[in-house]
Design a protein around this ligand. Structure first.
Ligand code: BDR
Ligand code: CA
Length: 315
């Protein structure tokens, strides 16, 4: 069983990722930490608690984290996750309280309690993680790994066709807090970025039959996913939008799902056309060796990913 902390900004796909992490027999979900991103942190913290209540896992602590990016104002998400931030599932208000710890402190304490065992799965802007690394400079070597939905690297057309940030080639989680992402990319912690190249690939899609079958199941989380898919489709988007963040959880469950490649990546923190872009230096000659080397998802076994997702969510 892999121990993880899920740091997220639910968000409908973050919510499905929470369900997946909480239900997977391969994962021990130690905590859910929430951050400003798709919505303000009070909303993302409430949505994480609503999600855990939906599946009866109120034993998992949910902490409220950073309310804004490290140095900038929070941008408005050009894409919407609906009036409730959960694909208009309108779950009941949560009864469980948030953790008494701030997310940054819960991350630090949890990692220290299980040195070199905790994987940080990050599906929102990296503000909480960067702040934890700043607050506790000894933390980095104690983290087993980071797997993040982060960036767009240009391995295929989807990387930029589906750009989620508000500049032409940026991914939302990096775009919201590029300074935080820069700290985390440079942290030296083993880091895998699953970018839009793989997480929004059009092969990540559901058949009408699969959606109908989810809708007909007795468990609430299967119907939650079907409703989120209806929501994105009614707005003219493809179903994959409801499950982008699930790929990070799936990768922790089964790393053979995503083929990765290593390379040096810098993050654009200057304002303008390329703010938030994750720039991969692919040059043979004169490459910038001071950029951090990370692993990036280049290709995924999309069918197997969807099957795993449906298997975990649907029962
Ligand atoms: C990211 O943007 C958010 O809207 C999703 O939850 C996902 O984490 C993809 O760029
Ligand atoms: Ca997210």
């Amino acid at each position: 069983m892999k121990k993880i902390i899920l740091d997220c900004d639910p968000g409908m796909d973050d919510s499905v990722a929470i369900v997946m992490a909480a239900k997977s027999p391969e994962i021990e979900l130690l905590a859910v930490t929430t951050v400003n991103g798709n919505y303000p942190v009070d909303v993302t913290c409430a949505n994480a608690r609503k999600t855990l209540e939906m599946i009866g896992r109120t034993d998992i602590p949910v902490a409220r984290g950073m309310a804004r990016p490290m140095v900038r104002d929070s941008p408005r998400d050009p894409f919407t996750h609906g009036k409730d931030g959960q694909g208009e599932n309108f779950l009941p208000d949560p009864v469980m309280p948030p953790s008494k710890y701030h997310a940054v402190d819960l991350i630090i304490e949890t990692v220290k309690r299980h040195p070199r065992e905790v994987h940080l799965v990050v599906t929102g802007p990296m503000t909480n993680i960067a702040m934890a690394l700043i607050k506790e400079p000894e933390l980095g070597p104690l983290v087993a790994s980071i797997v993040a939905i982060s960036g767009a690297f240009g391995f295929n057309e989807y990387a930029f066709l589906n750009a989620t940030g508000d500049t032409p080639q940026s991914e939302w989680n990096v775009y919201v807090d590029p300074e935080a992402a820069n700290i985390v990319y440079r942290s030296g912690i083993p880091f895998t970025a699953l970018g839009l190249d793989v997480a929004t690939h059009f092969d990540v899609n559901f058949t009408d039959r699969e959606i109908e079958s989810l809708r007909g199941r007795p468990n609430k989380e299967a119907r939650f996913l079907a409703t989120a898919i209806d929501f994105v489709r009614n707005r003219g988007f493809d179903a994959y939008c409801a499950v982008i963040d699930c790929m990070a959880v799936a990768y922790v469950i089964d790393p053979s799902l995503v083929e990765t490649v290593r390379g040096r990546v810098g993050i654009e923190t200057g304002n303008g056309l390329t703010l938030g872009m994750t720039v991969l230096d692919r040059r043979h000659h004169h490459a910038w060796n001071d950029l951090p080397e990370i692993a990036m998802g280049r290709h995924a076994a999309y069918d197997r990913f969807l099957r795993l997702l449906i298997d975990v969510i649907g029962v």
